[in-house]
Design a protein around this ligand. Structure first.
Ligand SMILES: Cc1cc2nc3c(=O)[nH]c(=O)nc-3n(C[C@H](O)[C@H](O)[C@H](O)COP(=O)(O)OP(=O)(O)OC[C@H]3O[C@@H](n4cnc5c(N)ncnc54)[C@H](O)[C@@H]3O)c2cc1C
Length: 440
């Protein structure tokens, strides 16, 4: 029997879309090619390391759609959004710095105060914040002008008079963390999207972390919520083609030839997966040339604790971030579990797991004095070559609007043009947008 809606893909976008539709009483069927749900944000149990994420994920207070999705499926308490807005940095030699945003100041003054308080940036360099503030006010709402979209983040920041030291100590970690590309590759438009989001309110610039493994955070709760409302989920079902009926899409066919008729299909597949399907000519377009950007990560078990903070940004190192999983997951015991991240990892993705680990160990030993004394008793490196789309200049124009497509077919997924970088929040915004379009 035909479904009302066939959702392709069971990551944040597909599950948020299916949960919202099921909640409105639609007959939903969701397919995913993998045996497990969660897409690019999942975890698995490891005997020595506990719940291992496919890569550490950081949430922000501005992730309103994500929080709405977690609320809808009854899983919001799994997300720990910290009151304190602070980021600690460490660099080779063990020197430390801290971006601390005072709790009593309203946005965006809290961030301005945090930036003015950075020890490693001199006052002459900080004076450039005035030009930066003016530029950001001019770009506060609406489409990012073509001239800015055509620039890289590096060129834009330099054009505002921000010194290379200031960029390296605050803006570069922000760009690489939020856009998954170095500022020499990422577009200024992507950075503007991030800045608009985090500067919008105090709440928006808070940091959130999952108290549990990523799959435990949302996968089972979403599945239960969808199924309880009469929806169906079929794992290990790979869509291979769409069913066409005149000028309309009316379902999909799996690679095993199984037909899944539906009134409407919502695709949340990443562009490189979607373009492999047999698609109507009307759906083909520039989005097919969106390129991926990789992330490599590692989970380490140490024989002793080496950090107290929830996470630390590493400056002047190949490794970008280290997260204290023991604290984040509330684990007891003598040792410590860390999660280590290199984003925009175009070079490292070709390294062997051992070579990635060695690069991370070198950086951690150089930046965290206690790390040099610790022993790594277990480790796992995960390479994600297709972590996000690469937000290079020109990419924004190739992203189709979420909910656009053709009769019977809607695009969704983190990579659609949500006004946000390709993140969990973008995925949920797109999922809800597609659901809203169908309900309307
Ligand atoms: C290592 C790593 C770290 C990250 N860190 C962060 C972070 O800190 N903060 C943040 O916000 N975001 C982060 N991201 C990005 C975030 O994970 C993604 O933006 C988000 O998970 C995308 O969700 P989605 O539902 O749009 O796509 P996906 O999760 O990719 O879901 C698409 C689904 O479609 C399925 N599929 C593909 N082809 C087919 C087919 N033919 N038929 C059926 N099913 C198919 C896939 O199996 C997949 O489950 C990170 C990503 C990675 C990989």
């Amino acid at each position: 029997m035909a479904s009302d809606v066939l959702v392709l893909g069971g990551g944040f976008a597909g599950l948020s879309c299916a949960a919202a539709l099921a909640d409105k009483g639609a007959k939903v069927l969701l397919l995913d090619k993998k045996p497990h749900l969660g897409g690019r944000a999942f975890s698995f149990p490891d005997q020595e390391l506990g719940a291992v994420d496919n890569g550490q994920h950081l949430f922000m207070g501005c992730y309103a759609a994500t929080r709405r999705f977690l609320r809808l499926i009854g899983a919001e308490e799994n997300l720990d959004v910290s009151e304190e807005i602070a980021v600690d940095y460490a660099e080779p030699g063990g020197r430390r710095d801290r971006l601390a945003c005072p709790a009593w100041l309203p946005a965006p003054l809290h961030l301005a105060a945090g930036l003015l308080g950075l020890k490693g940036v001199c006052w002459r360099d900080k004076a450039a914040l005035l030009a930066f503030d003016q530029a950001l006010r001019a770009l506060k709402t609406g489409a990012v002008p073509d001239a800015v979209e055509a620039m890289t983040a590096r060129r834009w920041l330099t054009s505002l008079g921000l010194s290379s030291n200031f960029q390296a100590r605050f803006f570069d970690p922000l760009v690489i963390g939020a856009l998954n590309e170095r500022p020499e590759i990422a577009s200024a438009a992507g950075l503007v999207q991030v800045l608009r989001a985090i500067f919008s309110s105090r709440e928006a610039s808070r940091f959130g972390l999952s108290r549990v493994g990523l799959s435990e955070l949302y996968v089972d709760a979403a599945k239960n919520s969808i199924e309880k409302r009469g929806g169906r989920i079929i794992p290990s079902a790979k869509a291979a083609a769409l069913i066409e009926d005149g000028q309309c899409v009316r379902g999909a066919v799996s690679d095993r030839g199984e037909r899944f008729p539906a009134q409407t299909v919502v695709s949340t597949l990443p562009p490189w997966d979607l373009s492999r399907l047999e698609l109507p000519a009307a759906l083909r377009g520039p989005w097919e040339t969106l390129a991926p950007a990789p992330i490599v990560g590692a989970t380490l078990r140490l024989d002793r604790p080496v950090m107290r903070e929830r996470f630390i940004g590493l400056l002047g190192a190949e490794t970008h971030w280290v997260f204290n999983k023991s604290r984040i997951h509330g684990l007891s015991g003598d040792g410590q579990i860390l999660s280590v991240v290199i984003s925009g990892a175009h070079d490292q993705i070709a390294y062997s797991p051992r070579a990635i680990l060695d690069a991370m160990l070198r950086d951690l030993s150089a930046c965290l004095p206690d790390f040099a004394k610790a022993n790594v008793t277990a480790w796992k490196v995960i390479k994600e070559p297709f972590a996000t789309i690469s937000p290079a200049p020109g990419a924004e124009a190739k992203r189709p609007e979420p909910g656009s497509g053709m009769p019977g077919f809607l695009f969704a997924g983190d990579w659609t043009r949500t006004g946000l970088p390709a993140t969990i929040e973008s995925a949920c915004v797109s999922g809800f947008a597609a659901a809203r379009r169908i309900a309307a």
